[in-house]
Write a protein of this length. Sequence first.
Length: 130
Amino acid sequence: MKRIMMLVIMLSILFSAIAQKSASTKPMLPPAISNVQQTANSIAGELTGRLGLNPSKMPQLIPLLQRYLQQKSLINSLATTNKEEYQAKFKSLQTALFDQLRGVLGPDKFALFQKLQSSARNTNAAHLFY
């Protein structure tokens, strides 16, 4: 009986170690973009609400977001095939977008925008950060 219990414990430890290793090696994939127009509108609305933007900023935000999302959708597949290339291209797209957003939002609202990253993971705004 003791041998069976020891075997069960050892197998449990082994499977636990294997599960932890496989979970830690899974790459974080960027969120899929199913509809660029709809996603851009959703993000613009979210930014307007969360940053307290004047709705008159929407016509400036939406084209920027659409271009960014369209370009990002073209590189999303690299996240699984060539992570380094994806990261480089994503960072370039993100930097260009953030430079444009800084101009549209102004320094105070842009500072608030940058703080959204930690709370945007489960929203459409996640596209801007991941």
